[in-house]
Design a binder for this molecule. Sequence first.
Ligand code: ADP
Length: 385
Amino acid sequence: MGIIGGGQLARMLQAPAVALGVQLSVLAEGVDASAALVIPSAPVGDHGDLEAVCRFAAACDVVTFDHEHVPPNVLAALAADGIPLHPSPAALLFAQDKVAMRRRLTELGIPCPEWAMARTSTDIERFAARVGWPLVAKAPRGGYDGKGVRIVEAVEELTDWLDRTGEGTRGFADGILLEQLVPFVRELAVLVARSPSGQAAAWPVVQTVQTDGVCTEVIAPAPDLTPADAAEATHTALRIAGELGVTGVLAVEMFQLEHAGDRPAHLVNELAMRPHNSGHWSIDGAVTSQFEQHLRAVLDLPLGDPSPTAPWTVMANVLGGDHLELYPAYRHVMARDPGAKVHMYGKDVRPGRKIGHVNVSGADLGDVRDRARHAADYLQGVIDE
Ligand code: ADP
């Protein structure tokens, strides 16, 4: 199986691939890419380089992705060469392009934030008159971890983006995506997997906590979510997977709303078609992790059981911080909490960069949350005891 992109998601596919006897090969950004450090077959090449990608894919029986940034012309060439791609380019488009995703979900009647496209300041004023200031502006393509998302109070804050509309084929070629600022209660994510045969499985709905646009914590399952709301959110995610023909893991990021009248309980924010940060808890907290499930789905094998193995599992992300040398911190974290599961990505430490995560499972949510946070904070040098 070939993976385009050598980030931490490709890296974390390797452990279940070893267990299942699946040979992985990764098209990596460099010899020191996170996945290249653990997958022996790791030719170096750029995901936008048509020739490099086609050469890599020709040697693979099936190809999947570490990220959604492979350009459409490269995907089309792979499909034309008859390479099995999971997810397919037709499905992946909806994770690559937020406008295509908003259009399609709106057609399907799936609740989304109010949205519009803007190419001029008049377009922005008109949308603001409908939903009010502040509003949310997004780059249709290429954003991640909140980059490419702005909360704006006035048209002037978007002058630089307006100047770039119509430029090239990426970024703002089709304009700026505008959305209402959703007054959400909290953010949820629903992770599902779907195989080419159409079998699907869903993990419990989780709560995601973002700090400055970056996910810092995931609580599985989402506390105090009513069974009816959990069922509705799960149904929405499974419906999206089926309607868009997604194969592999799909993460559906949602905003939970205050209950009122017949208003929907959730709005869909984002889609990711690959293992996702909101599913890292499943490595230690579910019968089948999202990484094993992605392999099974891409290979069209029967899916594994997504049930949780503990009442609560909390994942805390480790962001790059003060500790440039991480191993001394291991001693403290492991001695203090033998139950904490540390996962590091072998990436250079840079401030704010996701370099690992910690999972803790148990019966007491407060305790589990404190322990996961403490371990992650210590690893990133925010605390020293
Ligand atoms: P990215 O592609 O960078 O992950 P997202 O669209 O997921 O961007 O947005 C990042 C974060 O910004 C979300 O997790 C949420 O906290 C906030 N956000 C995005 N869209 C809205 C919105 N319409 N209303 C309120 N908050 C939003």
